[in-house]
Design a protein around this ligand. Structure first.
Ligand code: HXC
Ligand code: NAP
Length: 285
């Protein structure tokens, strides 16, 4: 649960984090600041961003620029890039972390409900990516993208279908541009986190009593949720030059959760030792 990189890993580097004022974005940002980065945090709510920026720079002594930006609006993203350059001189990395999500049977969704999630997750991510990519290519500058997806980006998942569609698109974006933009020295990678408690995710995905009924730790072979520092360590590594040869990769950090649900016999965990003893004795009879 401790930081793993050298303290000056991000000295003179500037990283933009979408959705950087709350939850996992804020935690990853804090660690990047501890490693010497300048940080730009963006989301729609300026009051939340300003409060988090003050908190983060007080805690780390690092520089944080909050910029309001709805990632569904391309001009607002261009403004983030302009402000970042004006304040810090250059952008070195983009952490596409912002998302929207809620649970619902799909047949109950209106087309507007579908749109709202896909627009944040997929359109927001490709807008940010396109704007930053054009910026780096025009300036002949290297860059790195890190996209936060989910483990259901490749399996799909009922009850969060707009999110699954959006995240699958982000996964395709990650892998496609890893190849196409490598010639510009722009890398693209992704992280697929399992359950990491945040107010944003828990309030929307496990509302009310659901958190007691569907304890996420039960689904994880390691029988615990993730610690934010564990994710921050991985994110910092993938944004840093230490991972310079990793491109187009998606790293899962979920304690084994998604593989367990795919394993055809994983449910045999429910068999007690006494029954295994009986089965062993009756073997071959
Ligand atoms: C069905 C819903 C709904 C729900 C809204 N809608 N909530 N439909 N079930 N729970 C419908 C509305 O009826 C409306 O359609 C349309 O969606 C837009 O509604 P709004 O009121 O404008 O939406 P609002 O609730 O204000 O915003 C939704 C949101 C918001 C944009 C997704 O919750 C948000 O800002 N989220 C950002 C943060 C977030 O979601 N964090 C969690 C990420 S967690 P009609 O037809 O009525 O107009 C995550 C983790 C994944 O991604 C993996 C975990 C392991
Ligand atoms: P969160 O705190 O709710 O983070 C979502 C962030 O996105 C918020 O800061 C929100 O800020 C921002 N955002 C939403 N719509 C936006 C828009 N249109 N423009 C700009 N910013 C917008 O939830 P979280 O759990 O930390 O999630 C962070 C990321 O991790 C997401 O990509 C999520 O899918 C992923 N993830 C989380 C978990 C988990 O267990 N927590 C698991 C797997 C994947 P505003 O409301 O101010 O705009």
């Amino acid at each position: 649960m401790q930081g793993m990189l050298q303290p000056h890993t991000f000295k003179d580097k500037t990283i933009i984090i979408t959705g950087g004022g709350t939850g996992l974005g804020k935690s990853m940002g804090k660690y990047l600041l501890e490693l010497g980065a300048n940080l730009v945090i963006t989301s729609r709510k300026m009051d939340v961003l300003e409060k988090s920026a003050a908190e983060l720079s007080d805690a780390t002594g690092g520089k944080v620029l909050p910029v309001a930006c709805d990632i569904r609006k391309y001009e607002e993203i261009e403004n983030v890039l302009r402000q970042t350059e004006a304040t810090f001189g250059a952008v070195h990395g983009v952490l596409n972390n912002a998302a929207g999500n809620f649970i619902s049977p799909t047949e109950r969704l209106s087309h507007r409900a579908f749109d709202i999630v896909v627009d944040i997750v997929l359109k927001g991510t490709y807008y940010m990516t396109l704007a930053a990519g054009k910026h780096w290519i025009a300036k002949k500058q290297p860059g790195v993208f890190l996209n936060i997806v989910t483990t259901y980006a490749w399996t799909g998942s009922g009850y969060v279908v707009p999110s699954a569609c959006g995240k699958a698109g982000v996964l395709a974006l990650t892998r496609s541009l890893a190849v196409e933009w490598a010639k510009f020295n722009i890398r693209s990678n992704a992280i697929a986190p399992g359950p990491f408690p945040t107010e944003g995710a828990w309030s929307r995905l496990l509302p009310g009593d659901l958190v007691k009924k569907f304890d996420p730790t039960e689904r994880v072979p390691l029988k615990r949720v993730g610690d934010h520092q564990e994710l921050a360590n991985l994110a910092a590594y993938l944004l840093s030059d230490f991972s310079a040869y990793i491109n187009g990769e998606v790293i899962t950090i979920d304690g084994g959760e998604w593989l367990r649900s795919g394993g055809e016999f994983s449910h045999l965990e429910a068999i007690p030792s006494s029954m295994w003893d009986m089965l062993e004795k009756s073997r071959g009879k």
